[in-house]
Write a protein that binds this ligand. Structure first.
Ligand code: CTP
Length: 415
C-alpha cells in the first residue's frame, strides 16, 4: 500500500480531512499528516494522530519521532533532516484543504512551515484541493496562483459548487467529499502502488431490450450512468475493468474494456464468460425480467392487433452467485419504490446470495435513472449504511470503499 502525505492548511473544511485520513488509513495506506499553525485552530493535531497512528508535524524545525517513516513500515535507523524526509519518502502528497494563503505561498515557493517546505522538496505527484469562500476562490490572485501551480505539474482538484460555510452563502469553493479526494490520491499513485492493482472488476450497466419484432422492444429507463461511474472508479484504483454495456449511449471511461449487448440473454452469456476470472462483480445493469415468448420475424401491423406472451428471463445475478468462488465479491443493485425498501433489499441480498446490495429508492424524483445524482443505502449481511445524495461519482466511490472493506474483512488486504 502507498505512503500518503497529507498537508492540512487553515480552513473550516479541515474537518473533512480527518475523514479523508480515516478512509485512507482504512484502505491500508500509511498516512502522515503535516498541518499549518492556522489549521490547528480548526481541528486538533491529536485527532489526526489518533486516526493515522503517527505524529503530526507543524514546524520545519520539529524533530520527527518517526524519522521520516510511514505507519506500517520499519522505522529508519538514522535520524534524518526532518523537513526533507517525509517529502522524499511519500508516494503522493495532497494538500487538502489548500487555503488561499497556502496556495499563494506554494505558488511563490515560500518555505516557512513543514507543509510548505515539504511541498517544495517533493518529487512525487503533488495534488492540491483548494477550499475557501467562493469570492476568494474566484479572485484573480487565487486563480493566477492555481494556474502557476498547474503549469508546474501540480494537479489541482477543482472545488465543488454548493453551500459554503458562511451562513446562507452558496458558490464554488467546497472541498470535495473525502471519498473523491481519496480516489484522486489513488489515481495519482504509480502503477504497482494502487490499491486494486492486479484485481479484475466486471461491471454491467444500462438496460436490456427484449425484441417483440424487428423494430419494437420491451426496455427500461436505465441510462448506464451509475455503471459507468463504477467502472471509472474501479479503473482509478488500478483494477482491470470490463464493462458489459446494455444499450448505453455514453462513452466508456479511459482504459476500460467494453462489451456491448442488447438483450438479457446476451448479457447473461457475456457475464457468465467474464465472471470466471473476476474478483468483483458490480451488477448495476437492469436486465429485463420478462421477454416475449416468440419474436415476430416481420414488423407487426397495427390492424392485426397484438397479444404478447411473456416469459421470465434468467436471474443473471443469482445464477452467477450460485457458481461463485471464495475470493469473489458480488454486488447487486435494487431499485425499490417506497414502502419497506430496506426490508425488500435485504431479502434480495439473501435470495440472490450477494455480498452487498446497493438500494436506491426510485420513488424520489431527485435521484435515479437520468439524473447525475443518486442517494443509496448499502446493505450487507452485517450492517447497513446510508450514503446521502451526491454525484454518481461520489456514490461509486462510497460503494467501492465498502467493497474494499468487505474484502479486507473476508480475507485480509483487498488485493
Ligand atoms: N438482475 C439480474 N437478472 C435479472 C434481473 C435483475 O441479474 N433478470 C439483477 C440486477 O442487475 C440487480 C439485481 O438483480 O443487480 C436486482 O434487480 P431487481 O430487478 O430489483 O431484482 P428482481 O429479481 O427483479 O427482484 P424482484 O423479485 O423484487 O422483482
Amino acid at each position: 500500500m502507498a505512503r500518503v502525505l497529507l498537508g492540512v492548511s487553515g480552513g473550516i473544511a479541515a474537518y473533512k480531512s480527518l475523514e479523508l485520513a480515516r478512509l485512507a488509513t482504512l484502505a491500508g495506506h500509511g498516512v502522515r499528516v503535516l498541518m499549518t499553525e492556522t489549521a490547528t485552530r480548526f481541528v486538533g493535531a491529536a485527532s489526526f494522530e489518533g486516526i493515522v497512528g503517527a505524529p503530526v508535524l507543524i514546524s520545519e524545525f520539529e524533530r520527527d519521532p518517526m524519522r521520516g517513516g510511514f505507519p506500517g513500515e520499519e522505522q529508519p535507523g538514522h535520524d534524518p533532516i526532518g523537513h526533507l524526509e517525509l517529502a522524499a519518502n511519500c508516494d503522493v502528497y495532497l494538500v487538502a484543504p489548500a487555503s488561499a494563503n497556502t496556495l499563494a505561498k506554494l505558488a511563490g515557493g515560500v518555505a516557512d512551515s513543514m507543509l510548505t517546505t515539504s511541498f517544495l522538496a517533493c518529487a512525487s505527484p503533488r495534488l492540491l484541493a483548494p477550499a475557501m469562500n467562493d469570492r476568494m476562490f474566484a479572485n484573480a490572485a487565487t486563480q493566477a496562483n492555481l494556474a502557476t501551480l498547474s503549469g508546474r505539474g501540480v494537479e489541482v482538484i477543482e472545488p465543488d459548487e454548493g453551500r459554503l460555510a458562511s451562513r446562507g452563502e452558496f458558490g464554488r469553493g467546497r472541498l470535495p467529499d473525502p471519498e473523491r479526494l481519496l480516489a484522486r490520491i489513488e489515481a495519482a499513485l504509480p502503477a504497482g502502488e494502487r490499491p486494486w492493482d492486479g484485481m479484475r472488476v466486471l461491471v454491467t450497466a444500462g438496460g436490456t431490450r427484449e425484441p417483440i419484432d424487428p423494430v419494437r422492444f420491451i426496455g427500461n429507463r436505465s441510462s448506464g450512468r451509475m455503471g459507468i461511474a463504477l467502472a471509472a472508479a474501479a479503473a482509478r484504483r488500478g483494477a482491470e475493468v470490463t464493462l458489459i454495456a446494455a444499450n448505453v449511449s455514453l462513452p466508456e471511461p479511459a482504459g476500460v474494456r467494453r462489451i456491448d449487448v442488447e438483450t438479457a440473454e446476451q448479457l447473461a452469456r457475456a457475464a457468465a464468460e467474464e465472471f470466471k476470472s473476476t474478483h468483483v462483480l458490480l451488477m448495476a445493469a437492469a436486465p429485463a425480467d420478462f421477454r416475449a415468448a416468440t419474436v415476430s420475424g416481420g414488423k407487426l401491423a397495427r390492424q392485426d392487433g397484438l397479444e404478447l406472451h411473456l416469459e421470465p428471463t434468467e436471474d443473471i445475478l443469482a445464477s452467477l452467485a450460485a457458481a461463485r468462488g471464495e475470493a469473489q465479491t458480488i454486488v447487486g443493485f435494487a431499485a425499490e419504490h417506497g414502502g419497506d425498501a430496506v426490508g425488500r433489499a435485504r431479502a434480495k441480498l439473501t435470495r440472490k446470495n450477494a455480498d452487498l446490495i446497493v438500494l436506491n429508492d426510485v420513488s424520489d424524483p431527485a435521484i435515479g435513472f437520468e439524473s447525475a445524482d443518486n442517494a443509496v443505502t448499502l446493505i450487507d449481511r452485517g450492517s447497513e449504511a446510508e450514503v446521502p445524495i451526491a454525484s454518481k461519482d461520489a456514490i461509486a466511490e462510497a460503494i467501492l470503499a465498502r467493497v474494499a472493506e468487505l474484502r479486507a474483512e473476508a480475507s485480509g488486504p483487498a488485493a
